[in-house]
Write a protein that binds this ligand. Structure first.
Ligand SMILES: Cc1cc2nc3c(=O)[nH]c(=O)nc-3n(C[C@H](O)[C@H](O)[C@H](O)COP(=O)(O)OP(=O)(O)OC[C@H]3O[C@@H](n4cnc5c(N)ncnc54)[C@H](O)[C@@H]3O)c2cc1C
Length: 384
């Protein structure tokens, strides 16, 4: 699978895989069962430089490329989906906007501690009434006495309650056409008037925290405006393009985990006096999984490579995320069915893979929204 990858990337994959299988895998079940955020593991990843893989060394990161980051997220997600999501949200969504739009002072103050793993990042775009239509943001930010005052709330925010720094979208005005003019802000977790509300009980990814952010007259310094006033939505759209590569990589990890569980089971489980893998229905299921996973991997790595080359990667990222997440859905479902009744009980991890994989068809834009993005780019229609 890694034949054409540079040696540096192959080494990273081996290192992450060894660490995840050796040190982290034994901790997964307990944390998932108790819905406990893996703080110690996250701190350890920070110490190893894995919370800032694609961030330049000058800003506290490891200075590797997006392909390396995608491989790391894939390998982390292959063993523990919750940890993969924590890392992806922290890196792409927490660090990403500050790297993209931050001033040098903001990078020194906020990005360096995040990329070096001392502070976890979170990203607040989604609201109760603004999900796929993120432009419908209702949270507001107004200037008062040289500060920004934020009011409103966010929903479904990864790393809620665990992050020390949040990047948040808020409405700062209205455009001539009546649409929300959105700006981006950096909100430290200890800001007065800011709090974390309810944490969600989710279908899967139980050890990752997902929750509400509340802004009740939260006051942040004028300097915490990220990028130009009114240009925040563009920043967020760019960040979502990049984030799709990491969600695609996470999906790839889930799909690979499903295949890696299905293959030995198909060899070892006997029915009718034969290994079930000798029945064509089972064997073809494995063949389809393996083929789709390689196609998904090619799409995800291609999107990462395009981005690393400084080329347009928006379409490729949407295609990679759409395809990889749907492959993850099919592969985890197939692995569960292949385990029969054992797939439905907790003795095997395939149920967890299926529950976790569903998120990849929803977060960073649902599959419908990916199709919308892809079709718009291809059709290029201007319909009023
Ligand atoms: C575990 C988890 C973690 C998350 N982490 C974060 C985070 O860190 N930060 C953050 O900001 N958000 C986060 N989200 C939110 C996530 O991005 C949204 O849930 C997602 O974008 C969908 O928005 P929604 O839930 O409001 O669904 P809706 O937008 O209400 O969509 C409902 C359905 O309608 C469909 N639909 C909507 N509009 C269209 C359209 N124009 N065409 C076709 N179909 C359409 C959708 O595809 C979907 O099937 C997270 C969500 C989850 C579940």
């Amino acid at each position: 699978m890694d034949l054409d990858l540079p040696a540096e990337h192959q080494l990273l994959r081996r290192t992450v895989r060894d660490y995840m299988e050796g040190e982290v895998a034994p901790l997964v079940d307990e944390h998932e069962r108790e819905r406990r955020f893996p703080r110690q593991v996250v701190d350890k990843l920070g110490e190893m430089g894995w919370l800032g893989i694609p961030i330049p060394e000058a800003w506290g990161g490891a200075g590797m490329d997006i392909l390396a980051y995608a491989i790391a997220v894939e390998e982390i997600g292959r063993v523990w989906g919750s940890l993969g999501l924590i890392v992806a949200a922290h890196t792409s969504l927490g660090c990403g906007p500050i790297l993209l739009a931050g001033t040098d002072d903001q990078k020194r103050q906020f990005l360096v501690p995040m990329a070096s793993g001392k502070v976890i990042g979170g990203y607040g775009l989604t609201e109760p009434n603004a999900g796929s239509d993120a432009g419908g943001t209702r949270t507001t930010a107004t200037r008062e006495d040289g500060e920004w005052v934020i009011n409103g709330g966010k929903r479904f925010i990864t790393n809620a309650g665990q992050a020390g720094t949040y990047v948040v979208a808020a409405r700062t005005g209205t455009t001539d056409k009546g649409a929300a003019e959105i700006s981006a802000f950096i909100v430290p977790a200890d800001t007065a008037g800011f709090s974390v509300g309810r944490l969600e009980e989710k279908l899967g990814l139980h050890a990752s925290a997902t929750g509400e952010l509340r802004f009740d007259g939260a006051r942040i310094p004028a300097d915490n405006l990220l990028g130009e006033e009114g240009k925040g939505f563009r920043t967020f759209l760019t960040i979502l393009d990049g984030g799709r590569i990491s969600i695609g990589a996470l999906a790839l990890g889930f799909a690979q985990a499903a295949l890696d569980a299905a293959v030995p089971y198909a060899r070892e489980r006997h029915q009718f006096g034969r290994p079930i893998g000798s029945f064509e229905a089972v064997a073809f299921r494995i063949a389809d999984m393996a083929t789709e996973i390689e196609a998904a991997r090619a799409l995800v790595y291609r999107a990462a490579w395009l981005r690393d080359q400084g080329r347009d990667y928006g379409l490729a990222a949407a295609q990679a995320k759409l395809y990889a997440s749907e492959v993850a859905g099919r592969a985890t479902n197939a692995a569960l069915l292949l385990h029969g009744g054992y797939g439905y009980v907790e003795d095997y991890p395939v149920g967890r893979f299926l529950r976790d994989a569903k998120l990849t068809e929803i977060g960073e834009g649902t599959s419908d929204i990916q199709r919308l993005v892809i079709a718009r780019r291809i059709l290029d229609l201007r319909v009023q």
